[in-house]
Design a protein around this ligand. Structure first.
Ligand code: ATP
Ligand code: MG
Length: 487
């Protein structure tokens, strides 16, 4: 069967062959061609050395220790912008479960295929001859939708422990199963994942939760004891039962919430927040003996703290972390459209930020479905959204007040300082309750009154409304711990 290959890729293999070298498409792109999927990147392997490749492509760049040379194309398609050419390689010994002690170039395609992780990834395709080289029966594996290592799975996982997570990631992306011997070897070698850098773990983990089947993959990860090296905190939710309204323990609830985010193709941040929103429940679980059921007061506060630690440990970029932490922190917002007030809706918007309201609503849907409850009735959801739209017309941040910092400094008759912020936030509190108070006249009058208060009194007023400050959350956590004699 002839595969359709983009012109940019054809150019690269043709030029290599015209230069007198062998050239094969290999790895994920060949696998995806056989699967009739569009490859995410195009990898070419060749018997040319890095220097020889550079001689064929004078504009190419070579800046790594694996011999990979990048050829820039003029394509607008990001998957085609750079074609990577890697010389045939053999990998000698591995002594740290991370990478080979040295990389040796080879003149044999067979050597190169032998070092690849899974049989489905060890297939080479020669475009000009329309010929497939498949010494490990990777095509059968693809037909059977099976992930099997090239050679002994235990040996391959002890060479590079990340391969275990790649197996799970590829299985969730492709909907393949992991062959039993390969699975068994994952169970045996799981502790080796400890040696892998958090960044590499995070990158595979991201692809798992961005796939269509994250729940199944995470159940596998938990059962095969890889979870301790990714987010061990999730394991506290196993067997952590909730009240009558919940059919599942906290762990399964989080898995189902994440799966719903995947089913709906919600944003990456919503997926992460769905997975973590109740992470603070086990730590805040208390028994209410009157009702004879557990309570989880403050779990969103503890959960936000835990989320921060988890995302820092996995070295997520600051902007992603900030959004996810805020979603977890505010996921308990009240949303019954029959009972909620507009000022409560304004506060919700102030807390999470206008740009994240939709994500907070998406998270609520995941939470609900993950509990096993039916979808919110559409008209109720629409009613709530209408309230959000209405609230958005009112001032919800100090920037929208009809008075600014400069004017307050004037009223105070001092230079800038914390009193200015406290007054602004105290004014915002009033306006959140009653937007009609957002007039120059009223705010000036009120600011003049506030300016007479002592630092302590003013601070109290200013901070009661200011975006829930970390300090305040800490106090709440401490109070919780004291009350229950833990900590
Ligand atoms: P995708 O491009 O969809 O992420 P992929 O299989 O192409 O999937 P890449 O990371 O692009 O993944 O790797 C390209 C190829 O390099 C793989 O198909 C495999 O042959 C080989 N490979 C990648 N990582 C490893 C590894 N850790 N050990 C052995 N071979 C690997
Ligand atoms: Mg690839």
């Amino acid at each position: 069967m002839k595969y359709s290959i983009p012109k940019e890729v054809l150019d690269v293999v043709t030029q290599l062959e015209d230069g007198g070298f062998e050239a094969y498409l290999v790895g994920g792109c060949t696998r995806d061609l056989i699967l009739n999927k569009t490859p995410k990147d195009w990898d070419v392997t060749t018997n040319a050395t890095p220097e020889e490749i550079q001689a064929v492509f004078p504009d190419s760049f070579y800046e790594n220790s694996y011999g990979t040379v990048g050829v820039k194309t003029n394509s607008d398609d990001p998957t085609l912008a750079v074609i990577e050419i890697t010389p045939y390689r053999t990998e000698s010994t591995y002594s740290n479960a991370r990478h080979p002690d040295s990389v040796t170039f080879s003149t044999s395609l067979d050597d190169d295929l032998k070092r690849r992780d899974f049989t489905m990834n060890a297939i080479a395709y020669n475009v000009a001859k329309n010929k497939i080289v498949d010494p490990y029966n990777g095509q059968d594996a693809i037909r059977l939708k099976k992930i099997t290592t090239v050679g002994s799975p235990s040996k391959r996982f002890s060479e590079d422990a990340l391969r275990m997570l790649r197996a799970v990631r590829l299985s969730s992306e492709l909907g393949f199963t992991i062959d039993s011997a390969t699975s068994l070897a994952i169970a045996e070698n799981a502790p080796l994942l400890e040696k892998i850098s958090k960044e590499r773990i995070r990158d595979e983990f991201n692809r798992i939760i961005s796939s269509q089947n994250p729940m199944q993959a995470l159940f596998f990860i938990q059962r095969f004891e890889l979870l301790s090296y990714i987010i061990p905190e999730l394991e506290e939710g196993i067997g952590c039962m909730q009240n009558q309204a919940h059919s599942f323990d906290v762990f399964e609830h989080l898995m189902r919430s994440l799966q719903h985010a995947a089913d709906k193709d919600y944003s990456f941040e919503v997926r992460l927040a769905a997975l973590l929103h109740d992470i603070g429940k086990p730590a805040s679980k208390r028994m209410d003996y009157k009702k004879n059921e557990p309570t989880f007061h403050g779990h969103e506060v503890i959960g936000a703290k835990m989320t921060k630690r988890i995302l820092e440990r996995l070295k997520y970029p600051k902007d992603i972390s900030a959004t996810v932490i805020s979603l977890v922190r505010w996921h308990m917002f009240f949303s019954d459209p029959d009972k909620i007030t507009l000022s409560a809706v304004r506060r919700m918007i102030r807390n999470v930020g206008e740009e994240h309201i939709q994500e907070l609503l998406d998270l609520r849907t995941c939470d609900r479905i993950g509990t096993g409850r039916p979808k919110e009735q559409p008209f109720r959801f629409r009613k709530y959204k209408a309230m959000v739209d209405e609230a958005l017309r009112d001032p919800i941040s100090v920037a929208m007040l009809k008075i600014n910092g400069r004017e307050i400094i004037e009223i105070l008759g001092t230079g800038p300082g914390p009193r200015v912020g406290w007054i602004l936030h105290a004014l915002l509190e009033e306006v959140l309750d009653d937007p009609l108070k957002n007039t120059e006249e009223y705010l000036h009058k009120k600011a003049t009154e506030l300016a007479k208060l002592s630092d302590a009194a003013l601070r109290l007023k200013g901070e009661q409304g200011k975006e829930k400050m970390e300090e305040e959350d800490d106090k709440q956590i401490q109070a919780l711990q004291k009350k229950h004699h833990v900590g």
